[in-house]
Design a protein around this ligand. Structure first.
Ligand SMILES: Cc1ncc(COP(=O)(O)O)c(C=O)c1O
Length: 425
């Protein structure tokens, strides 16, 4: 019996099917943008544990900060006895936030928890209940975040009913016929047909959809949304859980549009590989909730906060934002070249180093090819590259390589992608 079969069998026997594991590779150790399996095989990591490792696996500065924190204490619960790393991190996030008004930050553990808290804060501060999100969006796996998520399979099917008073509007997805005008018109229709704007607490949007397939919200759409929120007193929530922490070449993707959100949800690469999430927001909104209304036992773990402080140092000292831009240029050029070679690539898109290809059966009809995307990910892993699929149709290959990956390693990974695309032809 091969190791892979044994592993698949053990996973199937011990872990529910719902936890899907498309690549049966047992992680053994990792460094930077590389992972080795239990057999000593090396993989280039273009997944980063789903956008968590913008500074790479086990960055030495992050590991040193975590080790120092482990020597001091691992847990008190911030509400029981506060600690410096949480406070310092909040201060630094408040300075970094693209909001020109006093801001405050709460830390949590997972992205879904950050979105849940952003909804709670928005509802509390507006005394309204309705929340608007977008088709194709992904906001987490808890019941409220699933209500906001705009992708049925595999996330929502069979898990309802979801919390009430949530509404979806088409995302302005250019490749699939969406536009700023259509999405704005849909919002106007929603306000006429389903929910009056004076009852809407918040609109939540990913500036670039992650799970949804790296669809980019036009910058003018984000600005129009800001204007609309201002007109109706609606809280603008930017879900920067996947786009955040430098992935698009700016610390937050909304900065490309010059838009100032009211609340920003953060997670993933914030903790440099340790579980940490947060909500940054205007102090006036954040402070509407009474003492005790927000928090959690493990929320803002001191170990994760220490890691995040080190991540911020790495961003400053290693010029990660500039490197993200350069990595984006390199990846985009190679993907565009592949597009001229392989007709199954219908689209190349992204912002900064958040780039993807959309696979289609036919470039004219744009019929999605999810089976090719799954095969590509499996074949690439056999050649030593870890890739992730995405998209409402599951036909997008997204690239989330550590921003610290050298140009040579990034190029090597892209060559494997190109070879794998050749295999499929
Ligand atoms: C934009 C966005 N929001 C929320 C989440 C949920 O984060 P988590 O899986 O940490 O709960 C994700 C996760 O992929 C995400 O990409």
């Amino acid at each position: 019996m091969s190791i892979a079969t044994t592993l698949s069998d053990r996973i199937a026997a011990a872990i529910p099917r719902g936890v899907s594991v498309p690549l049966p590779i047992l992680a053994h150790h990792a460094s930077g943008a590389e992972i080795w399996d239990a057999d000593g095989r090396r993989y280039i990591d273009f997944a980063g544990g789903i956008a968590v490792l913008n500074v790479g696996h086990r960055h030495p500065h992050v590991i040193a900060a975590v080790q120092a924190q482990l020597e001091a204490f691992t847990h008190t619960c911030f509400g029981v006895m506060p600690y410096e790393p949480y406070i310092k991190l909040a201060e630094r996030m408040n300075q970094l936030a693209p909001i020109h008004a006093p801001t405050k930050t709460i830390f949590l553990t997972t992205g879904a928890e950050a979105v849940e808290n952003a909804v709670k804060i928005a509802r509390h501060s507006t005394r309204r209940s309705a929340i608007i999100s977008f088709t194709g969006g992904f906001h987490g796996r808890t019941l409220m975040t699933l209500a906001l998520t705009g992708k049925i399979n595999p996330y929502k099917a069979g898990f309802g009913p979801f919390p009430a008073d949530t509404f979806h509007v088409p995302f302005p997805d250019a490749y699939r016929g969406g536009s700023t005008e259509k999405s704005l018109a849909a919002l106007e229709t929603l306000f006429k047909s389903s929910v009056e704007p004076s009852r809407v607490a918040a609109i939540i949007i990913e500036p670039v959809q992650g799970e949804g397939g790296f669809n980019i919200a036009p910058l003018e759409f984000l600005r129009d949304l800001r204007t609309l929120c201002d007109r109706h007193g609606i809280v603008f929530i930017a879900d920067e859980i996947q786009t955040g922490f430098g992935r698009t070449g700016r610390m937050f993707a909304v900065e490309h549009a010059g838009v100032e959100p009211d609340l920003i949800t953060i997670a993933k690469s914030l903790g440099g590989g340790f579980p940490l999430a947060g909500v940054i927001g205007r102090a006036t909104i954040m402070d509407s909730v009474a003492p005790g209304g927000l928090g959690g036992t493990f929320a803002g773990s001191p170990v994760s906060c220490a890691a995040a402080l080190a991540v911020l140092d790495v961003f400053r000292d290693e010029h990660i934002l500039e490197r993200a831009e350069k990595q984006g240029v390199l990846i985009r050029a190679r993907l565009e070249a592949m597009r001229t070679q392989f007709p199954i690539i219908g689209d190349v898109r992204g912002l900064g180093a958040m780039l993807a290809i959309e696979l289609v059966r036919d470039r004219t009809t744009r019929e999605p090819a999810p089976e090719l995307a799954s095969r590509l990910a499996v074949r690439a892993s056999e050649r030593g590259l870890i890739l992730l699929t995405a998209g409402i149709y599951g036909n997008v290959i997204r690239i989330l390589a550590p921003l610290t990956a050298s140009p040579e390693l990034t190029d090597e990974g892209l060559t494997i992608l190109e070879q794998t695309l050749s295999d499929l032809h």
